[in-house]
Design a protein around this ligand. Structure first.
Ligand code: C2O
Length: 552
């Protein structure tokens, strides 16, 4: 195994990823940041310098389990104090599995500002993948806002509430195209939105006829659920969140924020032309306000050029849940790579997801508890037995009156509260989580939301529509060949059941992978095996004078 060293300078720079100029967080001048390429078993060392001047920083290695290094998970308030402006922090961790992963900022809503990138982990020497391909490419999808993340965050925590609204564009590998003519302001600086700026020329994937490509598609969207397609080409899904999938053919790949997939495509169409690569918003009723993200598949040796001769193919019907649920249900562990889950669980937790108003503020809650971060990161508080820094009473394992709760109605949930309490799991216990979706505070509205667990992979035991029935639904769980994932959708008015083993000493966030919803309290924290966590590195405490830094 090797050590892969990276030195990253993080700062704000003016960029025009979708032709509109705004301040973007870059790593060494780039957004998306540099890709991390490693082999299973390698150690990755990333020295991060926070050059944001007025903002703190923390970076999360999405899906790296941080076995033996829980302090490198990069969650401000959970596993470390933030990296202060001007400071340098070193993340050091072992890559424990092969697959397609991501990294992104995990401080306030900074992921939205452009700090993200891909991690691609190859198998150890001599070990082969269960499928063949000639070339391997990573494509990160994102949605893009023109407002600063700070302005968005302030709006979300204001009375009256200011919603972030729909994104202005969708980015494919960091490139999008906003129609500058939509900015009707005459006083506008002409350089502020320029359709001919090379920074927003589309992503062009040039491919060689006759070859097979593995495309690693991932999503870091702030809000949007997406579909992804390549005109004229069928995709075969072979990997999800770093686990091999029993191959499935797809015209559209549905992908939620925090998910990663690998698809294989054959370059077998008419070679003289160009094909669209498109991504569309699905699942939200304002989908039409965000135009599709566009990129080009170009057959070598054609000169890469914009644009294909046809109109971009239409996306799937935005509010048709059936094909999205069907994809969720179709994804199974690949034969020969099945790891069966423990047959029984030791603990079942039902998480009812609701939108609430608490003291006049709009919040998201789990079992009527809306999550807030403590001033001292949990990992430090638990290790040092600082009992006063967060609420020691455990949060509820289910809503007291869950059986009578009507998931199809707008509920008042007047007893919802904010809390920084956490779930303390017995080390090595097998835990089932049921995520239950419900109506939001808007009549007849429930949306698909992705949930992401840090520090673990979990088995996806099942999805269902309607309210989870503890007496019946577990009988339908797939215990034979469930896929392991770490990010999973919960469909409108539906439930999703997961199982994991609490065998990774540390403190782990479990949250909705939507920036605004996490900011509004849609998260819980699990602790397991804290007494097995090694000595905490000084660096996570903030160094020198900043030790004991308190969040303002
Ligand atoms: Cu990619 Cu806590 O998330």
């Amino acid at each position: 195994a090797r050590v892969r060293r990276y030195k990253w300078d993080v700062k704000y720079e003016f960029k025009s990823p979708d032709c509109y100029k705004k301040l973007v967080i870059t790593i060494n001048g780039r957004s998306p940041g540099p890709s991390i390429l490693a082999q299973q078993g390698d150690t990755v060392v990333v020295e991060v310098t926070n050059g944001l001047v007025t903002e703190n920083l923390a970076i999360h290695w999405h899906v790296i389990r941080q076995i033996g290094s829980p302090w490198s998970d990069g969650i401000e308030g959970v596993t470390q104090y933030p990296i202060l402006p001007g400071d340098t922090f070193t993340y050091r961790f072992v890559i424990d599995r092969p697959g397609t992963y991501l990294y992104h900022a995990h401080y306030r809503m900074q992921r939205d500002a452009g700090l993200y990138g891909s991690i691609r982990v190859s198998l150890p020497d001599g070990v082969a993948e269960p499928f063949a391909y000639d070339y391997d490419k990573s494509i990160v999808l994102n949605d893009w806002y023109h407002k600063s993340t700070d302005e968005q965050a302030v709006g979300l925590s204001s009375i009256p509430f200011v919603w972030v609204e729909e994104p202005q564009s969708l980015l494919i590998q960091g490139k999008g195209k906003f129609k500058c003519s939509k900015l009707a302001s005459p006083t506008l600086d002409p350089a502020a939105c320029n359709a001919t700026n090379p920074e927003c020329s589309p992503y062009i994937l040039t491919v060689i006829p006759g070859k097979t490509y593995r495309l690693r598609i991932s999503s870091v969207t702030a809000l949007s659920a997406l579909s992804f397609q390549i005109e004229g080409h069928k995709m075969t899904i072979v990997e999800a969140d770093g686990h091999y999938v029993e191959p499935i053919e797809a015209q559209h790949l549905f992908i939620y924020s925090g998910e990663t997939y690998s698809v294989l495509i054959k370059i077998d169409q008419e070679p003289s032309r160009y094909y669209w690569i498109t991504t569309n918003v699905v699942g939200r009723n304002d989908a039409a306000t965000t135009p599709p993200g566009l990129a080009v598949l170009n057959y070598y040796p054609n000169h890469p050029k914009w644009v294909p001769p046809t109109d971009p193919p239409a996306g799937p019907i935005w509010n048709d849940v059936a094909p999205r649920l069907a994809q969720s249900l179709a994804i199974k562990a690949r034969q020969g790579y099945v790891r069966t889950p423990p047959h029984k669980s030791d603990k079942v937790i039902v998480f009812l997801n609701t939108q609430n108003k608490i003291n006049g503020y709009f919040r998201w809650s789990v079992n009527n508890v809306s999550f807030t971060l403590p001033h001292t990161p949990y990992l430090i508080a638990l290790k040092d037995n600082l009992h006063h820094v967060f609420d020691q009473r455990p949060p509820p394992d289910s809503l007291q009156d869950f059986t009578n709760y009507d998931i199809y109605r707008v509920a008042n949930n007047t007893n919802a509260t904010s809390s920084n309490a956490i779930y303390r799991l017995k080390f090595n216990a097998t835990v089932d989580i049921i995520l239950q979706n419900a109506n939001t505070m808007t009549v007849n509205n429930s949306e698909t939301h992705p949930w992401h667990l840090h520090g673990h992979n979990f088995w996806v035991l099942g999805y269902g529509m309607g309210k989870f029935e503890a007496n019946n639904d577990p009988k339908k769980y797939n215990l034979a060949n469930p896929i392991m994932k770490n990010t999973v959708p919960v469909h409108p008015y539906g439930w999703t059941a997961l199982r994991f083993v609490a065998d990774n000493p540390g403190v782990w966030l479990f949250h909705r992978h939507i920036e605004s919803h996490l900011y509004m309290g849609m998260a819980v924290v699990f602790e397991e095996g804290i007494n097995r966590v090694g000595k905490l590195p000084m660096e996570i405490m903030g160094c020198g004078e900043t030790k004991g830094f308190k969040r303002p």
